[in-house]
Design a protein around this ligand. Sequence first.
Ligand SMILES: Cc1cc2nc3c(=O)[nH]c(=O)nc-3n(C[C@H](O)[C@H](O)[C@H](O)COP(=O)(O)OP(=O)(O)OC[C@H]3O[C@@H](n4cnc5c(N)ncnc54)[C@H](O)[C@@H]3O)c2cc1C
Length: 337
Amino acid sequence: MSQEVWIFAEQSLGNLLSVSLELLGKGLDLSQRLGGKLAAILVGCEVRALASELMDYGCEKVYVAESPKLSLYQGDFYADLLARLISEKKPEIVLWGATTIGRELAPWVAAKIKTGLTAHCTDLYIADIEGKPRLVQVVPGWGGNMSLEIVCNTNPQMATVKPGLMAKPPQKKIKGEIIPIANDLIENVIADKMGQSRAETIELVEEESEDTPLEEAEVVVAGGWGLNSLGGFHLVEQLAQILEGAVAGTRPAYDKGWIPESRMIGQSGKIVSPRLFISLGASGASQFTTGLEKSQIILAVDQNPKAPIFEMADIGIVGNLQTILPLLIKELNQKRL
Ligand SMILES: Cc1cc2nc3c(=O)[nH]c(=O)nc-3n(C[C@H](O)[C@H](O)[C@H](O)COP(=O)(O)OP(=O)(O)OC[C@H]3O[C@@H](n4cnc5c(N)ncnc54)[C@H](O)[C@@H]3O)c2cc1C
């Protein structure tokens, strides 16, 4: 066993995704506790230049797999290549960003190499389990606002983490080592899978959004199922507009079609860290609050005084949204005059 901690350094169009750098901070901590090395694996076409950026954040080794056929994410090639590399190099831990690609690739690789994978971890640490250092993977529980700690007894121990959940570490420039993956191996993987892929990435198009990305908004106004009594999100949108904030919501708000998936907060949605987070008619399930814990000030409105959201709110208003929301909007509008 190499005792290495690997980060899948995801890049898009030649740019490293910030989640890859965020994972390096946690990876460094884990590798130091294991007494091993922090390494990253870069896959793409002409991506070697990104290795120095990874080394600026403490990465000691960067495995680089390059081929024009890997320039766009191709699930079959990527999964097979990564499975072979992991089986050969035997890292102790592999961390993945829970991005669109990471969420597909990590379980695919886990299935190929027959190891476990814990999705959407909110924390990771090393603990002594039956005399051996193992990775403890913390995830929100399914009910009762509990956290669960998962330990996998197969290797490598693999986990995904949502973008934005972990802070990018301070720079710690080191002179790391670049390890190119042999062309033969890459060509073999591609040849083995050629013509067998059920899906192929043909083009990568970046979505243009007119709105401020949720992750960058200073004010986020989020609604939950409690908005049903108001017939939808129109007042949430009005409040967000007055405060020049972004609209967001809970899972039921997305299921109901009030917000697009990209505006859902939480374990399966976005992680935000605004100066002000306003939660309206959302009970405060841990799968939701995971996404807003980093907000500077949390204001919550709910008619249930025992709603768990009040346990984390800096300002709590117990009351019916049908009364509170129009009053709040009226007051703020008057202040603007
Ligand atoms: C694996 C998994 C992943 C999940 N991921 C996510 C996720 O990423 N994001 C997410 O949000 N959820 C997620 N969920 C679902 C989550 O567990 C909760 O079910 C969900 O967050 C609840 O949404 P809510 O607060 O809008 O609804 P509810 O829990 O039903 O809360 C509605 C609240 O509105 C209040 N209310 C009702 N009417 C009014 C009124 N007129 N005035 C004032 N208050 C009122 C009620 O008192 C209640 O507190 C996930 C669940 C699982 C199992």
